[in-house]
Design a binder for this molecule. Structure first.
Ligand code: PEP
Ligand code: MN
Length: 456
């Protein structure tokens, strides 16, 4: 008898050749590797290593995202702006997972719908930069492009792009994802643990509000248990990985042909998004990602026209497949109410149902007089509100949020109920890239989004 899982479907050679077509196209935001032989060796090594995620999981995520696009689920995507190798510790990973799980509980309870949990984690190591170089005093060096490319220290040695970092990026992603899988499959994410995720922060108001919610959930779970319900389902949660699909010398060798279907999947993460700076229609990134099966996100900033959006749909989602395409809008608090409705209006005239997700971070950056890159919590909140207002007005589904956050008590964004001000930023500013919401600001935001979801 033939075992269908043993059947290897060989890919069409044209499909495989297409995976390298991007090499002939204009490309942005790639490092200048000093040594092409070393890059080729790193690529070959990556290509021989096991996939980090499996095609079946990726397909399941696409199905989940399709539900969110229809308004039957909500996506919570969060994590660092830039993960670092040094930051891939058990404590930091656990705190981030905990914060995301807590936010998900708040959202699930508030919205009474499934929440898809996704980390900007286990591979978010490559960063686009506004300038190729950085100047301090009279020294100019290559810009920091994320730990998978070069080091943050401002020395010529550290800022030199180093291909061995590609392989280290893979291994750090693997160990991070392994711990995430252990946490979310091994009992730590059991809904009966809702209280324990909240330990250590009892004094602050968002946590007190969370405690109240956790008590209600406890009561409901106990009632259902007493009534004989089987809670195996509560022990595990699905948790997906994602990062910006930016660094082609990493993503290409991580792409494999699925033996079931002969289709290419990028196995570096379940979900990849194309950034605001690399989403040119005739550029390398769009060409590469249109050929892979993973669900794809595209960031849309305030200058996006309905025509660009329509062409992105045609290229990236020609079959109009639910769950395939996510638009992550990052308009800015002062712009979202003007810039988003025309795009939503236009979508009602196309035969497409992308998932709409709000990134309330990247349109709201500012630099303080004392030199910190920061964001105001109030602007983040205001953009989220504007996002919900726009969807309510047009009748489309607000399907998720995309946030830069950490589980630690950092002081990187201004405001929130701890009233972080410009002076306080210096006390614990740890991000190497964009400022993140801290644990408490993240939880506060979740309560606010839950309220909005309750209305929509
Ligand atoms: C990011 O998500 O960190 C980022 C750089 O976003 P954008 O492409 O929207 O600027
Ligand atoms: Mn960022």
């Amino acid at each position: 008898m033939v075992d269908p899982f043993e059947t290897i479907v060989h890919a069409d050679p044209a499909v495989v050749a297409g995976l390298d077509h991007w090499r002939t196209l204009p490309i942005k935001q790639q490092p200048q590797w000093p040594d092409t032989t070393a890059v080729a060796a790193a690529s070959a090594e990556l290509a021989s290593l096991p996939p980090l995620v499996f095609a079946g999981e990726v397909d399941m995520l696409r199905d989940r995202l399709a539900r969110a696009a229809r308004g039957e689920a909500f996506l919570l995507q969060g994590g660092d702006c830039a993960e670092t190798f040094a930051g891939a510790t058990a404590d930091q990973i656990r705190n981030r997972v905990k914060t995301i799980l807590q936010m998900a509980v708040v959202l699930t309870y508030g919205a009474s719908m499934p929440v898809i949990k996704m980390g900007r984690m286990a591979g978010q190591f490559a960063k686009p930069r506004s300038s190729d170089t950085e100047t301090r005093g009279d020294v100019t060096l290559p810009a920091y492009r994320g730990d998978i490319v070069n080091g943050y220290d401002f020395t010529p040695e550290s800022r030199q792009a180093d291909p061995s970092r590609l392989v280290k990026g893979y291994h750090t992603s693997a160990s991070t994802l392994n711990l995430i899988r252990a946490f979310t499959q091994g009992g730590f994410a059991d809904l009966r643990m809702v209280h324990s995720w909240n330990k250590g922060f009892a004094a602050n108001p968002a946590n007190q509000r969370y405690e109240g919610l956790a008590k209600e959930i406890d009561r409901a779970v106990k009632f259902m248990e007493a009534a004989g319900a089987d809670f195996d389902e509560l022990k595990r949660v699905e948790f997906y990985s994602s990062h910006e699909g930016l660094l082609m010398d990493y993503e290409r060798p991580m792409t494999r042909i699925d033996s079931r279907t002969g289709t290419p999947y990028t196995t570096s993460a379940h979900f990849l998004w194309i950034g605001e700076r690399t989403r040119e229609l005739d550029g390398a990134h769009v060409d590469f990602f249109k050929r892979i099966r993973n669900p794809i996100g595209v960031k849309l900033g305030p200058s996006t026209t309905p025509e660009t959006m329509e062409r992105l749909i045609d290229v990236l989602d020609p079959d109009r497949e639910p769950g395939r395409l996510t638009f992550i809008t990052r308009m800015g608090a002062s712009t979202v109410r003007d810039a988003l409705p025309p795009l939503l209006d236009a979508i009602t005239r196309f035969d497409a149902t992308p998932l709409w997700v709000c990134d309330p971070m990247h349109g709201n950056g500012l630099t303080t007089p004392n030199g910190y890159k920061t964001r105001r919590f109030d602007d983040v909140v205001d953009e989220v509100k504007g996002f919900f207002e726009a969807h309510r007005a047009v009748g489309t589904h607000p399907g998720g949020i995309h946030v830069e956050l950490t589980g630690d008590d950092v002081t990187e964004c201004l405001g929130g109920s701890e009233h972080i001000d410009e002076e306080t930023l210096a006390t614990r500013y740890e991000s190497l890239c964009d400022p993140r919401l801290n644990h408490m600001q993240s939880l506060e935001l979740a309560f606010l989004v839950a309220e909005e979801l309750g209305h929509s």
